[in-house]
Design a protein. Structure first.
Ligand code: AMP
Length: 568
């Protein structure tokens, strides 16, 4: 397909706001695409060239893009930067630059989606000495070959911000519309089709593949998609509960487990092959050779998928290390052996979804736990079952909760014994209870350069909560305390990669980084888009296990505000 055909669709999608209209446009488009092209085109529609679980990242920062546009268009970097300041969008900047260059477009070879896709994939694989230069040339070449509109979308895809609003839910609905249900279908038929798409997606994590199966094999084919060892799954998520009593009242006897404050891990085993995935489907197998060794010794089934929480352990006290320890291990790509020794881990398992060819996710949790105990040869303190009790006695549960907190764990998870494992959803059968309810997970949407000795760092951060209805991020004010110098340095480095626009000392960034934030009080505030502001906000930690789509919502902020007893 010519890339310009795709660019036209991008433009159409950008021009409409409603989710329904977007799903219609994409649905119609998908229908016209031959099956073999679907995987690539669906990824491109999502602004990606790798599925979300892939380790590959394009790794292009704003400054490099400015340089590439400058090289491709012949404008100076300063001029490109000036246009960028005006448009606030490097895609539009590239479009303007290419347009003004007035190169005889007849001489240009037509770009195809294959060309663009393959070249962008290449970007992620360029590493080592001189890699920045190579990446820079590759992007510049693509821009040189592009028509103005194509340049807009190539640049945005490289930067990972396509801005056409094709969120996952919309792609899902579009696949349903294109291949599985039309206007004439009943509500039930549409729901069945949507469920089949979601089922396949939660196991494949790639809407491109899902679209191809939907087109070729329909609902039945999607329902048949099974567990694929070596690919990540979408984990099941819980809800917050205020009191143990409330959960017991609703469900009676429950399985209560320690809630460990570490990193969720899905361990997949196929013979001698092991894979470790995080809650966000990142492959962290290389970072944790110690967990692989433990899994080799302790998991008795030939094939299985189990799930648990990994803690870093303080060798002196035996207590869990703060969450940041795990974070260090996740992000370390070199010198791993040293870190294995410095931050030893403990894996606490709490679920199993698959054993030796049999999927278990439709089995009740209580049965899954029995199976987990059966296939596990635990090593105490290293690779073991999560601590748990099964009871409907509130007093016993309160006691167990006290033990958990005293043992420096985060709290409890309360789980309904007959609940199945539902991939990728927040379910009403699993609740977390934590002593400190008020911390919020908020997204950085802007920042300000520091003053005095701190001018080289971005030191104040504009925080925002999420509006689940629109997907927008609503400001809740600024935060600038709680970080040490190393943290400012690191944060500045990360934020610089995602700057959208800069005006004097103020920068706007792509909503990407989630912070856990403590504060004294939530106040009503007309100054911020959310209508609320935080009094004395302070940095607690980076929630690098959460994406912006998992940040706290405006609903939770309102609820916490009301629970302060000041609603009105
Ligand atoms: P939160 O991150 O506060 O939304 O809490 C949910 C997270 O708690 C999960 O994603 C797990 O990483 C973690 N967790 C710790 N212990 C357990 C447990 N026993 N069962 C399920 N999740 C747990």
């Amino acid at each position: 397909m010519e890339y310009s055909t795709l660019a036209d669709r991008y433009e159409k999608l950008e021009a409409v706001a409603s989710k329904l209209a977007k799903a219609d446009i994409i649905g119609e488009f998908l229908k016209s695409i031959p099956s073999y092209e679907l995987p690539k085109i669906v990824l491109l529609l999502q602004g990606r060239v790798y599925p979300s679980y892939s380790e590959n990242e394009l790794g292009i920062a704003t400054q490099m893009m400015i340089k590439s546009i400058s090289k491709a268009s012949g404008f100076s970097a300063a001029k490109v930067e000036e246009i960028f300041k005006r448009t606030g969008d490097l895609g539009l900047t590239a479009e303007q630059c290419v347009k003004s260059k007035r190169q005889a477009s007849l001489l240009k070879k037509k770009l195809t989606t294959d060309n663009v896709f393959e070249n962008l994939q290449k970007l992620a694989t360029i590493a080592g000495q001189g890699s920045q230069d190579k990446k820079f040339s590759l992007i510049a070449e693509l821009i040189i070959s592009a028509q103005p509109k194509e340049a807009r979308y190539i640049v945005r895809t490289v930067l990972g911000e396509l801005r056409i609003g094709a969120a996952e839910g919309i792609i899902r609905d579009a696949i349903v519309k294109a291949f599985l249900a039309d206007e004439k279908s009943s509500k039930e038929e549409k729901e069945k089709a949507t469920e089949a798409v979601e089922n396949a997606w939660s196991l494949l994590n790639d809407y491109g593949e899902v679209a191809k199966i939907a087109n070729e094999k329909g609902i039945k084919g999607l329902q048949k998609v099974g567990i694929q060892l070596g690919k990540p799954i979408q984990v099941m998520l819980g809800l917050a509960a205020e009191k143990i009593e409330d959960v017991v009242k609703e469900f009676g006897e429950i399985i209560a487990e320690y809630k460990y404050d570490g990193m969720r891990v899905v361990v997949e085993k196929k013979g001698n092959h092991f894979w470790l995935f995080t809650r966000r489907q990142e492959d962290v197998t290389k970072q944790f050779p110690d967990i692989v060794e433990l899994a080799k010794k302790c998991l008795k089934a030939d094939e299985c998928i189990v799930e648990g929480e990994v803690l870093g352990i303080d060798t002196k006290t035996g207590y869990p290390l703060p969450f940041q320890a795990m974070s260090q291990r996740v992000h370390r790509k070199y010198d791993i052996d040293r870190l294995v020794k410095e931050i030893p881990v403990q894996v606490n398992l709490f679920d199993v979804m698959y054993v030796n060819g049999t999927p278990l996710f439709n089995e009740p949790l209580i049965e899954r736990r029995k199976e987990l105990a059966r296939i596990l040869k635990p090593i105490k303190g290293k690779f073991q079952l999560a601590k748990h009790i099964i009871t409907g006695d509130v007093k016993k549960l309160e006691q167990f909760y006290g033990d958990a907190v005293e043992g420096k764990q985060e709290g409890l998870m309360l789980k309904v014994p007959n609940a199945p494992y539902v991939f990728g959803r927040h379910v009403g059968t699993m609740y977390k209870i934590k002593p400190v309810m008020e911390n919020l997970d908020l997204v950085i949407i802007g920042a300000i350069w520091g003053e005095g000795g701190r001018t080289k760092w971005l030191t104040s951060y504009e925080l925002a909560c999420r509006d689940p209805n629109t997907g927008k991020f609503l400001s809740c004010g600024m935060m600038s305390t709680g970080l040490n110098e190393d943290e400012y340095e690191l944060m500045t480095k990360e934020l610089k990669k995602i700057i959208i626009s800069e005006n004097g000392k103020i920068v706007i960034v792509k909503p990407k980084i989630v912070l856990e934030v403590g504060y004294q009080e939530i106040q009503k505030s007309p100054n911020y888009e959310s209508g609320f502001g935080l009094r004395f906000p302070r940095f607690v930690r980076v929630r690098d296990d959460k994406g912006p789509d998992e940040a706290d919502t405006i609903t939770r902020v309102k609820k916490l505000y009301s629970s302060q007893g000041k609603a009105g």
